[in-house]
Design a protein around this ligand. Sequence first.
Ligand SMILES: *Cc1c(COP(=O)(O)O)cnc(C)c1O
Length: 341
Amino acid sequence: MTFLRARPPYPPRLTLARTGTPLEPLPRTSAALGVEVLVKRDDLTGAELTGNKVRKLEFLLAEAEEQGADTVITCGGEQSNHARATALAAAKVGMKCRLVLRTDDPAAPPAATANILLDVLAGATIRWISRPDWRQRNELMAEEAAAVTAAGGRPYIIPEGGSNALGAWGYIACAHELADDLATFPTRPTTIVHATGSGGTGAGLVMGARLAGLHERGVRVAGVNVCDDRAYFVDVVTRICAELTQRWTLPVTIGPDDVDIVDGHVGAGYAKSRPEELATIRDLCRRDGLVLDPVYSGKAFHGLVTELARDPARFGERVVFVHTGGIFGLFPTAAAFAPLL
Ligand SMILES: *Cc1c(COP(=O)(O)O)cnc(C)c1O
């Protein structure tokens, strides 16, 4: 018996991520939470080119190459995992990279540590912008693109988080992998839980779960938002899915009711951690040796734990937690962890 369906033809793709990432049990965490928890190790898509953004970049940079681009431009927060992955992937395929990064005071930018160190090590140039200017990020990236063109180069702009319909193919591919992974487990009501920060991962998983026949096997998808709110991400995910359906004539239509965003866990704000979130990261690490990042996966996992404490049946009988990476975000938070260790 096979659960696998004919796969739609994928758009052109480079090989950047180490995929076929493992799906692993978390035995002691499962016992502590009272629900079977498996983890999809997308933190193992690479060492430096690690995390969920690499899957998206396989499709985005294939298009950049196809268009003859020599410079990629993208944006993010100061410790953006997406910016770091883009800088490294660009170097790997022989392109230049320009980053537009948000910080409190662009006149006094942060030191080149963690992800920023990797950005500059890979040769990316950084344009620091303020929080108010972040609203104009697309215009500012267009300005960078114009500067590249004026200098005789060929720019390719990747939106925040690589979260457009093309990038979302990375997580359609991950859903197909999960369909294979789960074929070796007994069928039971399952929820794929992941952190949502710009929506592309969620859109790919929601669409991919349908295309891969996972939905019919009782597998749902839920994103824990780490910024903004439920309404914002239902809209973003629905729009990316609509573009997927239209542009690649996929046999699936996703409406707002198909998008489950688990709100209420942003806490102190994007990239700000409460002690209880850090304690959850510590506990998971001590129980099962799994290291999460504080900005995305740790915050989402803390949301998962909090939801389960309220309603043990919220996610069915099994959770597949997608570890989306972000390890370098751990190190700038060492001081906040200290009292908990
Ligand atoms: C970007 C990111 C996410 C969120 O993925 P989106 O596709 O932006 O929603 C989750 N985890 C990590 C570690 C990330 O860097």
